[in-house]
Design a protein around this ligand. Structure first.
Ligand SMILES: Nc1ncnc2c1ncn2[C@@H]1O[C@H](COP(=O)(O)OP(=O)(O)OP(=O)(O)O)[C@@H](O)[C@H]1O
Length: 363
């Protein structure tokens, strides 16, 4: 396994830029997700790491070894990367063992060596005993695990995964997330995982790189990304967040501030509580769970309701901000058009200048 260093990676397609000045250090054995909406460049970045695309500028290293940049382009087959795609690309007429061992046979490994490697790889994905099964007879989840075993058997330095769960149904996705996580813990593989699904990235990755328009907006662990987004883009993309205008009034407890919001007052996260903050206009990131129906708080009208079973997800429109719709989960039954009071609990202050927190000490 190896570390990956991406320095100033740029990829142009004609006049378009798919990946723009991306720098990212991935530690040996780390599981990093590239997360972003369609067209943000995540697949192109993965293909640059794999060697299927050549860099327009910048460099990529595996450990100390330069694999791309500075006039060098090591082809994919000499990078020792394994790739798992959303289509499993198994040979249906072959058995599981033949699928997993095919590349080993091409490499010239003896039958005995192959048997050991295939057995270990199937163990790692909890498919021991499936050697003789035809891959056509497997379920979608089992096929994806065979694909994972096949790449593991190659003993790669890096495993790249391109939306590997996109074709699976919801229940299977959850159990496959568990499989990928267990696989990563057991093998210590360096893994780079492309997805547009933030829940998937949050559930599995050590760190997540959020991408937008070819750039990385923030790289952080799932909890940091969720609780302390560094920019408006991340705040919106992660956790169904909204970013709204507010007025900072002053410090509250440590790490918190008092703000004026939609005609009411609230205490939100951000600021160090000792006055090292900029009172005045700021931007506030709100997640649905930061809002609650209460006796006090700002006035809003219920505009939409979607029943979710354990709760209903409402969309409310603050009286003070016509046209703005905020998601609010509640177990109360509210009528469309009803006026409610909404209290704010938490929320994360961003500065007016996106990308900075409003407080030096909170950054
Ligand atoms: N071979 C290519 N030729 C020209 N443009 C390309 C090529 N590959 C990608 N692009 C463009 O580069 C940008 C980034 O594409 P990329 O596939 O990396 O995005 P993505 O985030 O993986 O999206 P998706 O999730 O839809 O696959 C897009 O605007 C895309 O149209």
């Amino acid at each position: 396994m190896t570390a990956i260093t991406i320095a100033g990676a740029l990829k142009r397609f004609g006049s378009g830029v798919a990946v723009s000045d991306v720098s990212l250090d991935i530690a040996e054995g780390e599981f990093v997700a590239l997360l972003g909406p369609s067209g943000c460049g995540k697949t192109t970045l993965l293909r640059l790491i794999a060697g299927f695309e050549t860099l327009s500028a910048g460099a990529i290293r595996f450990g100390d070894r330069l694999v791309a940049g500075e006039g060098i382009h090591v082809p994919p087959e000499r990078r020792n990367v394994a790739i798992v795609f959303q289509s499993y690309a198994l040979w249906p007429h072959m058995t599981v063992a033949e699928n997993v061992g095919y590349a080993l046979r091409v490499r010239g490994l003896s039958k005995a060596e192959r048997r050991v490697r295939i057995g270990e790889a199937l163990d790692a994905v909890e498919l021991a005993g499936f050697e003789g099964r035809r891959s056509a007879d497997l379920s979608g989840g089992q096929r994806q695990r065979v694909a994972l075993a096949r790449c593991l058997a190659m003993d790669p330095d890096v495993i790249l995964l391109d939306e590997p769960l996109a074709n699976l149904d919801v229940h299977l996705r959850a159990s496959m997330e568990e499989t990928f996580r267990a696989f990563h813990e057991r093998t210590g593989a360096t893994m780079v995982y492309v997805t547009h699904d933030q829940a998937e990235a949050m559930a599995m990755a050590d760190r997540i790189a959020v991408m937008e328009k070819g750039r990385i907006l923030q790289v952080a662990g799932p909890a940091t990304l969720y609780d302390r987004p560094a920019s408006e883009g991340v705040a919106r993309f992660v956790g169904n967040g909204r970013v709204v205008d507010c007025m900072v009034l002053g410090p509250a407890d440590a790490g918190q501030s008092r703000v004026r919001l939609f005609g009411g007052e609230a205490v939100v996260r951000g600021g160090d509580g000792d006055g090292a903050l900029t009172a005045g206009p700021a931007r506030l990131a709100l997640k649905p769970e930061n809002l609650a129906i209460g006796e006090t708080g700002f006035a809003a009208r219920v505009r939409k309701a979607v029943f979710k079973g354990s709760h209903t997800l409402y969309e409310i429109e603050p009286d003070a901000a016509p046209g703005l719709l905020l998601p609010l989960p509640s177990s109360e039954r509210l009528a469309i058009g009803e006026i409610v009071r909404v209290s704010v609990r938490g929320g994360w202050l961003l500065s007016a200048a996106a990308g900075e927190t409003a407080f030096a000490a909170a950054a």
